[in-house]
Design a protein around this ligand. Structure first.
Ligand code: FES
Length: 395
């Protein structure tokens, strides 16, 4: 086990990081304005909307946005602000469903799946109404490996694929788009969204916080702190390969689960690094993917305010072909649940302590480099956005 942390990671800096980035309402406003309203945001999965007329709604209350994602009659994905053009009522109220057209329940304006305004009750009394100008307001939408992303910027600087870059090919190594949801855990956590993202992109805490659930699966004499096998940086996004301890002795039940499908913490057979247990991708700004040949775990952190976050983690598995595979997947699900519960119990304490004024800074060590990469990228993104705005204001 030998990663040259000092040399490889020195470019990211070693200074303490101000807690203001995590606590300040003003900083949170900047994030909303220059980051969340400008970048690609995860919205859902294509798996859930396979047929024309299938749709889901993505609510982003902290941005005052609700987005309707629908599969059109031509099979294409489209996204619209979920806002009726008449007097701006919410158009689709259910979180997901199937529709031949969307009819506003306030006064009955009707829209087709392509967002065109098709019907207006008592239309003759709208003098001069231009129906062509009253379609739904479109938004950029695209999908990678079945994961659907939207962008609230009317003119995104990059396509989704340009933004994700090399990660597109990495995800394509696994048939993620075919896997179905096994479970979703969700909770409202009294902590800034970045604290939770940080948690899922560093292994420094594993040997301590997960001594019970993970145990020696990813620590051992060869690698006592469970250092990742490698870190990777993809522009604003980032990744690491988690090490699996080849000396881990599974219990009888665990052995059965491994034989029947593969579980979390097991060495993958199709790894890029020796003894990789899992590939972690931190997608800027608020998604962390844990990918293995056996499952995908997706953590989504949706801010509510500077100090409050709606967290959800969803696991997707291949369709189980027999009872043994099903048992293996349930074993993984329970293990993932236990690991996550340990994390969340601790994460709930961070914000109030940062706000206490006890300490003005936090410290990141080398194995927490993905957290530092995230903060650096976020701050630069905000600065660039402010400069762009200033240039426009200056004419
Ligand atoms: Fe939708 Fe009036 S607000 S029809």
């Amino acid at each position: 086990m030998n990663i040259s942390l000092k040399e490889e990671l020195s470019a990211f800096g070693a200074k303490p990081v101000s807690v203001d980035i995590y606590c300040s309402p003003e900083h949170f406003e900047l994030e909303c304005r220059h980051v969340f309203k400008k970048t690609w945001l995860y919205a859902g999965r294509e798996f859930d909307i396979p047929e024309p007329g299938d749709y889901f709604v993505k609510n982003l209350d902290f941005l005052h946005a609700s987005v309707l994602v629908v599969r059109g009659n031509d099979g294409k994905l489209r996204a619209f602000h979920n806002v009726c053009s008449h007097r701006q009522s919410t158009l689709a109220w259910d979180q997901k469903g199937h529709a031949r057209r969307f009819v506003c329940k306030y006064h009955g304006w009707g829209y087709d799946l392509e967002g065109n305004l098709r019907s207006v009750p008592d239309e003759q009394y709208f003098y001069g109404l231009d129906k062509k100008r009253c379609g739904l307001t479109p938004l950029a939408v695209d999908a990678v490996s079945g994961l659907v992303f939207i962008n609230l910027d009317p003119a995104p600087e990059q396509t989704l694929r340009q933004s994700l870059g090399e990660i597109v090919g990495r995800l394509a190594e696994f048939p993620l788009e075919e896997w179905s949801r096994n479970y979703t855990f969700s909770a409202e956590i009294p902590t800034n969204w970045k604290c939770i993202v940080d948690n899922f992109q560093e292994t420094y805490h594993v040997s301590c916080a997960h001594a019970v659930s993970v145990g020696d699966r990813s620590v051992g004499p060869e690698n006592p702190m469970g250092h990742p096998l490698k870190f990777e940086f993809f522009g604003l996004h980032r990744g690491m390969d988690i090490w699996a301890n080849p000396e881990h002795k599974p219990t009888l039940v665990e052995s059965y689960a491994v034989r029947n499908g593969g579980i979390v913490g097991q060495t993958t057979s199709e790894n890029r690094s020796d003894n990789a247990a899992m590939f972690v991708f931190g997608l800027f700004p608020n998604i962390v993917l844990n990918v293995t040949p056996y499952f995908l775990q997706l953590h989504e952190l949706i801010p509510i305010s500077a100090g409050r976050t709606h967290w959800s983690t969803t696991a997707f598995f291949p369709a189980a072909k027999n009872a043994g595979q099903r048992m293996s997947q349930e074993f993984s699900s329970v293990l993932l649940r236990d690991i996550t519960a340990e994390d969340l119990g601790i994460l709930g304490s961070l914000q109030k302590n940062m706000l206490s004024g006890a300490r003005k800074e936090i410290q990141f060590q080398a194995v927490e480099v993905l957290c530092r990469h995230m903060v650096n990228g976020l701050e630069k993104y905000i600065r660039d956005g402010q400069e762009r705005e200033q240039r426009v204001a200056d004419g």
